[in-house]
Design a binder for this molecule. Structure first.
Ligand SMILES: [Zn+2]
Length: 387
């Protein structure tokens, strides 16, 4: 009996000891059709590692109201249900059907699903934890409200809690679990690249989505609404000292005006609003620069247990997009050995509807698949103007 208890404790210790300061956890509670199998979950975990491996110096305090004094009301993660698109209010401090505490310290919780994203949308992400921004320096007897307003979403810092990602299940996705290589001839959309992009939105790469709300406090501080450019110091430094052109929605770099030669890595960013088949776009230094501007502590290079931390992925696709690190925490066989059961999912009731529409950010694609090939780049840009 004694030995058994220690065995269990050992397992718990192993599961909770984190190689990085920030742990991005995927929760499949809303995946009612069990679309996410081992390949999808493995690739998601590696996409998360692109962030985790650079956030070893970052930490988030608890976003569980139970850990604070004077709390007088409930607080929620507002998002859209990734399966049916309905409004979700996921209570901070609640535990999901899969056992994940929403708002745990040093943790980002992302709820996955398919069904709501459709048509030309590859995938979308949604999620926010304050219904309004611009309320820094709130002094309140509710210390959790004070924490959210003044620390978690301040003028100099944004620390995500998580959100939802809906994947368009009708898309022909590239699911190869060898992330050190890429086959540019399949005519499929890269699942890894798309997931990195959507996680990026949830980390905080987004403007406001609610009418009249310019965005999170830190975003507003670095965004020039006069000419739609990113003027944060880190972003500009990564872009040759220039403001970075943003698209009209403000949550992506501008597809047409972004000049790749301005980047020190000569790499095409993940955060432009379009993607095409036969293309892989890892998370780049330019993308990280924006996260640094909104307060994330990002290390200079990947660190952690990954055997492929130094892997540099050379993207020779559609636009000769340059080179970027693509750290891989573990290969698929190692991951399978550690995750023998992908789980069955299930639906959880999450309470009342969100009081406001949640932010939704999309990554479009697929319609331009027939135009694959670098010589058609000009034509694609013309079409994208119309799209
Ligand atoms: Zn996007």
């Amino acid at each position: 009996m004694f030995r058994r208890i220690w065995f269990i404790c050992g397992l718990i210790y192993t599961a909770s000891s984190s190689y990085a300061a920030i742990d991005i956890v995927f929760d499949y509670t809303y995946d009612t059709v069990n679309w996410f199998g081992n390949e999808q979950r493995y690739i998601l975990d590696q996409a998360a590692y692109a962030f985790e491996s650079r956030l070893g110096g970052e930490s988030f305090a608890s976003a569980n109201p139970a850990d604070y004094a004077g709390v007088t009301s409930n607080y929620y993660l507002y998002a859209s249900n990734p399966t049916d698109g309905s409004s979700l209010s996921i209570q901070l401090g609640s535990t999901t059907a899969e056992g994940n505490l929403v708002g745990a310290a040093d943790t980002v919780t992302i709820f996955m699903g398919v069904g709501a994203a459709s048509g030309s949308t590859n995938a979308w992400a949604s999620g926010q934890f304050l219904s309004t921004h611009g309320v820094d320096n709130t002094s309140s007897s509710d210390k959790f409200k004070e924490y959210l307003d003044n620390v978690r979403d301040s003028n100099t810092n944004y620390d995500t809690i998580g959100g939802t990602i809906s994947v368009n299940s009708s898309r022909a996705w590239y699911f190869d679990t060898d992330l050190t290589d890429y086959d540019y001839s399949t005519g499929k959309m890269d699942f890894y690249s798309t997931m990195v992009h959507e996680i990026g939105h949830l980390m905080g790469f987004r403007k406001g989505g609610i009418s009249g709300d310019a965005g999170t406090d830190a975003w507003v501080q670095n965004f020039n609404t006069g000419n739609n450019t990113w003027t944060g110091a880190q972003g500009m430094a990564a872009y040759g000292g220039n403001p970075i052109p943003m698209d009209s929605g403000g949550s992506h770099f501008d597809y047409n005006d972004f000049n790749q030669s301005h980047t020190s890595c000569n790499c095409h960013p993940s955060m432009d609003p379009y993607s095409s088949v036969n293309q892989r776009s890892p998370w780049t230094e330019t993308d990280f620069a924006v996260l640094k501007d909104i307060g994330y502590i990002v290390s200079a290079s990947p660190s952690g247990p990954g055997s492929n931390n130094a892997n540099t992925f050379t993207d020779t696709s559609l636009q000769a997009r340059g080179t970027s690190p693509l750290p891989v925490r573990e290969d698929y066989a190692t991951w399978i050995a550690a995750n023998p059961d992908s789980g069955s999912g299930g639906f959880v009731t999450t309470g009342s509807a969100a009081p406001e529409p949640a932010y939704i950010f999309t990554l479009m694609g697929g319609l331009l698949a027939f135009l694959g090939g670098r010589k058609n780049l000009g034509k694609i840009k013309t079409l994208l103007r119309i799209a």
